[in-house]
Design a protein around this ligand. Structure first.
Ligand SMILES: NC(=O)c1ccc[n+]([C@@H]2O[C@H](COP(=O)([O-])OP(=O)(O)OC[C@H]3O[C@@H](n4cnc5c(N)ncnc54)[C@H](O)[C@@H]3O)[C@@H](O)[C@H]2O)c1
Length: 350
């Protein structure tokens, strides 16, 4: 399997080193060789060369079986241009329309909610990943004056809305789940989100075994904190999905725990931790690598390597149970020691 690795910026580099260590250990344990190609695309590379990614960069990425990204974002690149090209650009150019973010609490001790534990926090969010307000359609008129007008359009297409909602129902069916909840703001956003309503009802009718519910996004944000146990699969748009999966990260014990996939089913897809580059933590051996490590498990699961994915998840669960973790979730280890423990655990369990 050919995998492109873009460690990126800040703690992206720290956590990627551990993700690669664990992936390699899983490969060794299962007799599988992962051909990893490290691509230098990052703020450092941009500042040195003026290039965010090469002209044929997206084409290069399509040649891999999967892409792993650490994180992108650096205060020296004020307009975040490199991150936009490398990460958002890849999502759009490779049409990675499914943003898959499992929210699974791995240990009751990590729950931020009173009296809520593993049985209550276990659901997945599907965030539409190629449309919405992130398409950069708009402009500024009379910028910098008191008459400034700023427009940022939200794009919702039938194709885009249909394929993500369909994916959510297919996932539920394939995984024996019985509930899909769609969140929008159709009470206030009566054009774009009427489309989400129409498509959701039409798709739901094709899956009579699945209970389809709808919540406005503000209510859903509240219920994620008050009663997360009601959810199995949530599907929503790009912006709302971005926001609620940070709540999801908190429900898992912190942003450092959350993994994600940017997927086009059947095509080259990209896997990354949910967190950003956290510049104040960079290079200090303190970042939690678990979100990145679990992203390699998602990558393997998506590529049909379920045993390897499960081996990584079990090793992570063992690290948490033994408190062999970084300080953000109550342990006392550095980033590299957590990676070492998880990698050793995979070898031991095999
Ligand atoms: N996918 C991405 O690459 C991505 C996502 C979000 C933000 N960013 C970028 O990252 C930069 C910093 O953004 P931010 O500070 O808003 O978000 P961030 O996720 O980098 O950090 C937010 C908070 O979470 C903590 N945190 C995050 N990851 C952690 C980890 N692995 N271990 C321990 N603590 C962790 C940080 O200390 C910080 O307090 C910005 O340039 C932003 O644009 C990139």
């Amino acid at each position: 399997m050919k995998i492109a690795v873009i460690a990126g910026d800040g703690i992206g580099k720290d956590v990627t080193a551990e993700a690669v260590k664990v992936l390699t250990a899983a490969g060794d344990a299962f007799g599988r060789r992962f051909a990893l190609e490290h691509l230098p695309w990052s703020a450092d590379h941009f500042l040195k060369t003026g290039e965010t990614l090469p002209a044929n960069g997206y084409q290069m990425l399509r040649e891999f079986d999967a892409i792993f990204v650490g994180a992108l974002g650096d205060p020296r690149v004020a307009d975040n241009r490199h991150a936009r090209d490398i990460l958002l650009g890849t999502r759009f150019e490779l049409d990675l329309y499914v943003n898959y973010r499992p929210v699974k609490l791995l240990d009751d001790r990590l729950s931020p909610l009173k009296n809520r534990g593993r049985k209550d926090i276990n659901f997945v969010v599907f965030r539409e990943n190629t449309e919405g307000v992130y398409v950069s359609v708009g402009g500024r008129f009379k910028a910098g004056t008191d008459d400034e007008v700023a427009l940022q359009e939200e794009i919702n297409t039938y194709k885009g809305v249909h394929r993500i909602i369909r994916h959510a129902f297919e996932f539920a069916q394939d995984h024996g789940l019985t509930k899909v909840c769609m969140a929008d703001k159709s009470n206030a956003m009566q054009q774009g989100h009427a489309l989400w309503q129409r498509v959701f009802k039409a798709v739901a009718a094709l899956y009579p075994g699945i209970t389809a519910t709808h919540q406005y996004i503000d209510a859903l944000a509240m219920f994620l904190v008050k009663d997360p146990g009601q959810y199995q699969v949530i599907v929503t748009n790009n912006l709302f999905g971005d926001i609620i999966t940070d709540i999801g990260g908190a429900l898992q014990g912190g942003l450092g725990m959350a993994a994600s996939g940017n997927i086009h089913p059947g095509k080259t897809s990209l896997f990354e931790p949910v967190h950003g580059s956290a510049p104040p933590l960079a290079g200090k051996n303190v970042a939690n690598p678990i979100g990145a490590i679990l992203s390699t498990a998602l990558m393997l699961e998506t590529m049909g390597k379920r045993d390897e994915a499960r081996a990584i998840e079990s090793a992570v669960e063992a690290a948490i149970a033994a408190n062999q973790t970084t300080t953000d979730i109550g342990g006392s280890l550095g980033t590299t020691a957590v990676g070492d423990f998880v990698a050793r655990q995979i070898t031991k369990n095999k």
